[in-house]
Ligand binder design. Structure first.
Ligand code: ADP
Ligand code: MG
Length: 692
């Protein structure tokens, strides 16, 4: 029989067999290598066999003995099969509920090996529903205590069968696993070899081994990603040049004159960091973090004006058309009467207009282009893009960043890239997803903010809530009401129902309007414009208003079915109020049906700090949910847990930096395997194709 390879189909392995092999294949474990890469989710301790008299109550025990009596007892749901097992030292009572058929399999005189949790039942020592096997003529050896893997399983393939299949190929498969880290490197970090690690996860000799193996495998995942990020960053810095932009006295004065307020010290500091980057030729790749309302737009505008002042173009990409429209309106207003030309490009820009706009853009006649991901389409070409800014980064992934950069990239030049996010990214994630970015934090809100009081109420309080909104509106205030979705969906009110209910009820006679993502751009702009100038009192909206919408006179945010929203989303929604100098309130109406939902609303009530909430969200839902694969643009981690592995992540990051500094393209022969695995895992996601 020829030996197995990691690519060998499992159904051709004799010890696994065609039937189990086929079912494993359906689970995505069709090749030996895939089977080995399928890791246990936990372990069970199995005690070694001992004489009956020495078994300890309350533990999982193993014993063997002779069946001396059996009987069927009880009726109906209490029907059970009982057997007495004896060895030289004592007696053990076995009871099997709902397994009357065992009466035909287990008989006095047979020898059994049993395993289960030992209970005291009056005078008796009892095992309920123990595992058992009949001992034949060739008495098997007494089993030693061991740690047993429990695998993520399916209905068709229980953990036990996966365990058997893994055991069948493990010894032959292990020697085939090559390590991409050298022995010296591993030794310095106290890490086992890959072979050893896979042996320890599948067949641990003791309770500590799975942990040691897990550490190595998690480290590998983190290291590969960090190497990829670092490789790209180094490539960018050493091979590509960005235009050095002006930030001299004259430019500073002209730019500041356009802002309707003084920048806060935090904005000044971050602007200083950005200007430092942008005035050099090393391509900037910087993340600007700032809680909702901290004033990121003003800082972005300064960066864009640096480009215009230097004869270059700037792009601002927003996650929604509404936000892009709003940026275009407010930035357009600030630049009124200047020579800077600002244009808007979204998916709904009419074809004719779009064509003319693209021609002007290519010819360098547009200074600032604001838009949605429509900016990423092929046909959008800039004459000389100096700065690309992505607003609300969590909606965009690594991919988009690379594509936007490519808009002006040729062999040697690339724009400076800034990404801004209000959804604060927990530290571990920031390092993981944005490890290639420098980070600036605007950690202060503009002066005079009064904060937002948050109330969580049940649906029975709705009338009171809307009576409050009515009184607010009567005093000249404005409010938002957010409804989860515009489709009728089970018991969810849709937008129109809520709108009509309010118009004919609590807010009768007031100016109430709807806003949602399906509206045409003009219509939406019209409604937003009227709301901003106070001609609409209450905006009943979907989450299109989640990010960026900025109307300082609006001081109440009511969220219907608040338990259906994620924490980050709720925090964003709340951030739409509290933007002026008047006290604001956020009312979350919800009756959470899950514990997690309740915790989310509690967290909202307890904290107004986006960073605290982001950490909490991360704990509650994990990175996969907070930043889905699609959003992050990266494959999810299988072993590493970003909630627990911060130290390991730091180690991986430090190692990756040093490694790439010494070998920027991983081109040495002894790095070939590592490089191959890195490109396989992240080459496409990270756009490493052009590196080296
Ligand atoms: P975000 O960081 O959430 O994008 P914005 O840029 O939309 O915040 O700013 C929020 C509000 O604060 C806007 O109305 C903006 O005009 C105002 N603002 C920004 N910076 C300042 C400042 N330094 N002083 C006063 N108001 C400011
Ligand atoms: Mg913003």
């Amino acid at each position: 029989v020829p030996g197995i390879e990691l690519t060998t189909p499992v159904w051709t392995v004799g010890a696994i067999g065609a039937d189990l092999g086929r079912r494993l294949g359906q689970m995505g474990l069709g090749a030996v290598g895939q089977l080995i890469a399928h890791l246990p989710s936990r372990y069970e301790r199995e005690e070694g066999e001992a004489p009956i008299a020495e078994l300890a109550v309350g533990t999982v025990v193993s014993a063997r003995g002779e069946v001396t009596a059996t009987r069927l007892a009880g009726f109906g749901r209490k029907r059970r099969f009982e057997a007495v097992l004896m060895d030289e030292t004592g007696r053990l009572d076995l009871v099997f509920f709902n397994q009357a058929y065992l009466h035909k399999r287990i008989h006095p005189g047979q020898r059994l090996r049993v395993q289960g949790e030992l209970r005291r039942h009056g005078e008796l020592m009892q095992l309920a529903n123990p595992r058992f096997e009949l001992i034949g003529d060739d008495e098997p050896e007494a089993r030693e205590a061991r740690v047993r893997p429990v695998y993520p399983a399916s209905e068709a393939v229980p953990s036990r069968q996966i365990e058997g299949a893994v055991a069948a190929v493990l010894d032959e498969a292990l020697p085939l696993i090559e390590d991409h880290l050298s022995e010296t490197f591993r030794h310095e970090r106290n890490m086992p070899s890959l072979r050893e690690a896979y042996r320890m996860v599948h067949a641990p000799a003791d309770e500590d081994e799975p942990g040691a193996a897990r550490r190595r495998l998690a480290y590998d995942e983190l290291l590969l990603l960090q190497l990829g990020l670092e490789m790209r960053r180094t490539h960018l810095r050493s091979k590509l040049r960005a235009p050095a932009l002006r930030w001299d006295e004259e430019v500073q004065q002209r730019v500041r004159a356009r802002l309707p307020f003084e920048l806060t010290p935090a904005q000044e500091r971050v602007l200083g960091e950005i200007a430092g980057d942008l005035s050099g030729e090393v391509p900037t790749n910087r993340l600007i973090q700032g809680d909702v309302g901290s004033g990121k737009t003003a800082v972005a505008l300064c960066a864009m004006l640096m480009a215009s002042a230097s004869g270059k173009q700037a792009a601002l990409m927003a996650p929604t058309a509404l936000l892009a429209e709003q940026h275009a309106a407010s930035i357009g207003a600030m630049l009124e009467g200047s020579r800077v030309r600002v244009e808007l490009l979204t998916g709904s820009t009419p074809a004719g207009e779009r064509e003319a706009l693209l021609a002007d853009l290519d010819a360098g006649r547009i200074d600032i282009l604001i838009g949605t991901h429509a900016l990423l389409t092929e046909t959008v070409r800039f004459g000389e893009l100096g700065v690309a800014i992505i607003d609300e980064q969590h909606r965009f992934g690594v991919h988009q960043r690379a594509r936007l950069r490519a808009k002006a990239e040729d062999e040697a030049t690339t724009p400076h890239v800034l990404v801004m996010t209000a959804t604060p990214i927990p530290r571990t994630l920031a390092i993981t997803l944005f490890g290639d970015l420098d980070v600036s934090v605007i950690d202060e809100l503009p002066p005079g903010r009064r904060g937002v009081r948050t109330r969580v109420v049940g649906r029975d309080q709705r009338e009171k809530v809307y009576a409050f909104v009515r009184r607010l509106v009567e005093r000249g205030g404005q409010a938002y009401v957010v409804v989860p979705t515009i489709e009728a969906e089970g018991e969810l009110e849709n937008l129109r129902t809520v709108l009509e209910e309010l118009q004919s009820g609590a807010l009768g006679g007031r100016r109430v309007a709807a806003l949602h993502g399906r509206m045409a751009r003009d219509e939406r702009a019209h409604v937003m414009g009227r709301f901003r100038s106070g001609l609409i009192d209450v905006l009943v909206a979907t989450t299109v208003i989640e990010v960026g919408v900025d109307v300082p006179n609006a001081t109440a945010m009511v969220v219907e079915h608040a338990d259906r929203f994620g924490l980050a989303q709720l925090h964003q929604l709340r951030g739409r109020v509290g933007r002026g100098s008047r006290a604001s309130v956020c009312v979350l109406i919800g009756e959470p049906t899950t514990e997690e939902g309740r915790q989310r609303l509690d967290a909202m009530r307890a904290s107004g700090d986006g960073f605290v909430l982001a950490e909490r969200d991360f704990e509650l839902r994990g990175p996969g949910e907070v930043f889905g694969t699609q959003q992050s643009g990266l494959a999810p981690m299988k072993v590493a847990d970003l909630r627990r592995d911060l130290d390991l992540l730091k180690l991986a990051r430090r190692d990756a930096r040093a490694w790439i500094a010494a070998s920027p393209e991983l081109g040495r022969p002894d790095e070939a395997l590592l490089r191959r695995r890195l490109f396989k895992a992240h080459g496409e996601d990270l756009g490493l194709g052009d590196v080296g």
